[in-house]
Design a protein around this ligand. Structure first.
Ligand SMILES: Nc1nc2c(ncn2[C@@H]2O[C@H](COP(=O)(O)OP(=O)(O)OP(=O)(O)O)[C@@H](O)[C@H]2O)c(=O)[nH]1
Ligand SMILES: [Mg+2]
Length: 304
């Protein structure tokens, strides 16, 4: 039988949750077949809830990517980031909970599970990073008992795009028929914020790409202390001119970001520019400045 025969169009909201680094943003990019969210090996790479629209012949879904929840946070921004996912979970028709099976289960998972237990939404458990979970790095068994709490489960590799289609099938199966008007309302809000797909104006998105590249080139060296602001985007016919600032909290960090003879900042700028050119199909001129602002965390948290 053709499975599409008795199919009903569905509308709903799906929220991705999990501790940091489990691959929430990576799997969202894989579902949309387009980069909408930045990813990195650092915890709480995603700092705000982000909504995007996915649609195919089966229906329309507003996906929310949320920042990973961590147990103990002492910095201001971390505390603020930790409040984001709980705000989003209440609106979910389906919650997708990602775990990283290449790492042992930890206390952090319990916090996420505690939140999920409070919702009436349908729940999917995703065993992600199956490509990496081999030999001593295979911790799948530690998560298995969680299946009882979930309506369905699947093993995936967001990075290698394995079983992403399978996950979407599960989501559509669990999704209620839903109200198209509600979803259209969400879509209108997203469009008013700068695009049908991305719930951020382009300035914010460009800033996110630069933050991703900063994380990429500084990795462990960089403490969790940067913030990127795009000051200007000018369309100059032949190219797009972008001026942006990377804020950090101390001179020591500023030196690290700039690097010896400006090597690091050049790498960051080059890679951000290449990606922005690929995305926009335009030539980009990117002017990056590193600034010290001890209070950026206070300023930034005011915007939450
Ligand atoms: N090997 C492997 N790596 C993955 C997979 N999915 C994600 N990653 C990597 O894991 C790291 C974290 O991925 P993210 O998508 O940023 O994780 P996240 O859950 O969004 O993290 P936060 O935003 O910090 O909560 C990145 O370096 C990804 O490339 C996977 O299936 N396999
Ligand atoms: Mg993320």
């Amino acid at each position: 039988m053709n499975i599409t025969e008795n199919m009903q169009i569905k509308f709903g909201r799906v929220v991705l949750m999990g501790r940091p680094n489990t691959g929430k943003s990576t799997i969202l990019n894989a579902i949309l077949k387009q980069k909408v969210a930045i990813t990195s090996p650092l915890p709480q790479t995603t700092r705000r809830n982000m909504r995007v629209v996915y649609s195919d012949s089966r229906g329309k879904i507003v996906f929310s990517d949320t920042p990973g929840i961590i147990n103990k946070v002492d910095d201001l921004i971390g505390k603020q980031v930790n409040t984001e996912a709980p705000k989003e979970v209440g609106r979910a028709d389906v919650v997708v909970c990602l775990v990283d099976i290449s790492r042992p289960k930890s206390e952090e998972e319990n916090k996420v599970l505690g939140l999920i237990r409070k919702t009436n939404a349908k729940k999917v458990l995703v065993y992600n990073k199956m490509d990496k979970a081999r030999g001593s790095k295979d911790h799948l068994a530690e998560y298995k008992y969680l299946e009882d709490e979930f309506d369905d489960f699947i093993e995936t590799s967001a990075l290698k795009e394995k079983n992403v289609g399978g996950l979407l099938n599960i989501i559509f199966d669990l999704l209620p028929i839903g109200d198209p008007k509600e979803i259209e309302k969400d879509v209108e809000v997203l469009e008013s914020k700068g695009g049908p797909l991305i719930s951020m104006g382009s300035k914010e998105f460009v800033a996110e790409i630069i933050r991703e590249k900063t994380y990429l080139f500084l990795r462990e060296e960089l403490p969790y202390t940067i913030f990127v602001a795009v000051d200007e985007i000018k369309d100059k016919r032949k190219l797009i001119l972008i001026k942006a600032s990377i804020y950090t909290s101390g001179d020591r960090y500023k030196k690290m970001i700039i690097g010896t003879a400006g090597k690091k900042i050049k790498e960051i700028g080059y890679n951000a520019r290449k990606e922005l050119e690929l995305m926009s199909q335009r030539k980009v001129f990117l002017e990056l400045t590193v600034k010290v602002d001890k209070h950026w965390q206070e300023t930034e948290t005011l915007n939450y």
